[in-house]
Design a protein around this ligand. Structure first.
Ligand code: JFZ
Length: 432
């Protein structure tokens, strides 16, 4: 393929008033639920199963014929998210397998037309979200392992032998038709979460190179903002934000970290509201064999550190094919909810604190108050170069006064041993 440098966004994008308000809401929301659910859930081997097990399109097409989630209760999911302290839900409307979990007219490969269930699961979720005051985002895969016009398929594509070469312009039109449906038939949509950009970058087995196709982001982003100006656009492209995007997301990494090798470095961190997405275990889609469930402590540390960067946490569940969320995930959500009910005011509505998160602590800020989250059980914390004038220092939970010393080197705080919380000791520093 010739290498193209397309990928530019919405030209001269100026977010509307509604969009700026939505960004503000988003920045303050801090906690959302990610949902990966599709016909792949049946196989219990994650959402990449079609690619990983090399399942041909014709074989995979049998999956929808027995997708029948009779236990699906959208209200129950929304209540679960609410009880966990989550303010929004981001659900896969169509993942890489190309199967639409909504009633699309753009093809017949969707929940209404090709499953015995025959009902629009996104519509049910949208109604429940609107009723309960939870905002709804749609994850939308740019990459499609099923659509004949998704060509060339890049390094992850299934074999298209015998199906002929596709027409890229038709594929772009297909995406626009689907995005129009998603932003027309489901009420107010808080955002579109794109994924799959990287599939069309050259891959030499080690790293990504130049982009091989034009995603027509200019047209796509313009369309979205025209249909719903408040709708926030994010794209999991692992690059600095491009024009027309309203928030920046980081997959399985805190902002500017690059432990996954997906390539978001500190220099790629822009000025937009941020979101970090992470799994409760090791999988996005339902995975029967996954036993890597994170502890309550790990999950709490993750949201605290994300908030310490000023970022949201989008925490994933992968519902089962029967429509239920697995017990272990429900448990984790309950634990997060208990913690957020007690300590949420040190997370919601905050900005990044003056000190970047590290292994010992993270900080968040709200007006004149700085919340110091001690994450390693220490009694003593030294905040270097802390020169701001202090009114008082208290333990957040019981508001008891703490001793502190401030000098030209910084601020030294000590917490009595019996007040230490092994998960997170929260200290409230009020500035003059
Ligand atoms: C993507 C999806 O592929 C995945 O299934 C899930 O939806 C997650 C939230 O987003 O994950 C990626 C993104 C990029 C690469 C691999 C997986 N990559 O760069 O190889």
């Amino acid at each position: 393929f010739t290498s193209l440098s397309f990928g530019q966004g919405q030209k001269d994008y100026k977010p509307t008033e509604e969009n700026l308000d939505a960004r503000k809401w988003f920045q303050e929301a801090k906690f959302g639920m990610f949902i990966h659910w599709g016909v792949y859930s049946i196989l219990g081997d994650g959402e990449w199963v079609m690619n990983n097990q090399n399942i041909p399109i014709q074989a995979y097409e049998k999956l929808p014929t027995f997708f029948n989630p009779t236990g699906y209760d959208a209200e129950a999911w929304v209540k679960m998210a609410k009880d966990a302290g989550m303010k929004y839900i981001t659900i896969t409307s169509r993942h890489h397998d190309g199967f639409s979990m909504f009633d699309t007219k753009a093809n017949n490969y969707d929940i209404v037309d090709s499953t015995p269930y025959g009902k629009d699961v996104l519509k049910q979720l949208a109604d429940a979200c609107h009723k309960e005051g939870i905002k709804l985002f749609f994850y939308y895969s740019l990459l499609d392992w099923h659509n004949d016009d998704y060509y060339p398929r890049g390094r992850t594509g299934n074999d298209i032998a015998g199906r002929g070469a596709g027409e890229w312009d038709k594929y772009i039109a297909f995406m626009k038709a689907q995005l129009t449906e998603l932003l027309t038939n489901y009420g107010e949509i808080a955002g579109i979460w794109f994924d799959g950009h990287w599939d069309q970058k050259l891959w030499d087995g080690k790293r990504f190179g130049a982009l091989q196709v034009d995603w027509h982001y200019d047209e796509i982003y313009t369309l979205i903002h025209e249909l719903q100006p408040q709708c926030l656009i994010g794209n999991n492209h692992h690059l600095a934000p491009i024009e027309g995007e309203d928030f920046q997301m980081f997959e399985k990494d805190l902002p500017g970290k690059n432990t996954t090798g997906f390539g978001t470095s500190a220099s790629d961190v822009g000025q937009l509201p941020m979101e970090v997405c992470e799994t409760i275990n090791g999988s996005w889609g339902f995975n029967l064999q996954d036993r890597q469930h994170k502890s309550k402590e790990e999950l709490i540390h993750y949201i605290v550190k994300a908030a310490g960067y000023g970022s949201n946490l989008l925490l994933n569940v992968g519902p089962m094919p029967n429509g239920k969320i697995q017990e272990e995930h429900q448990q984790s959500l309950k634990e997060m909810g208990l913690w957020m009910r007690k300590n949420g005011s040190t997370i919601y509505g905050t900005m990044a604190g003056p000190f970047l998160p590290n292994d010992k602590f993270a900080t968040t800020r709200k007006g004149n108050t700085i919340f110091l989250h001690i994450l390693d059980g220490s009694q003593k914390v030294f905040l270097e170069d802390f020169g701001k004038k202090i009114k008082d220092v208290k333990l957040f939970p019981d508001q008891s006064k703490l001793t502190f010393q401030q000098n030209k080197f910084g601020l030294f705080i000590e917490v009595p041993k019996d007040k230490i919380d092994s998960v997170d000791t929260i200290v409230e520093i009020t500035l003059k």
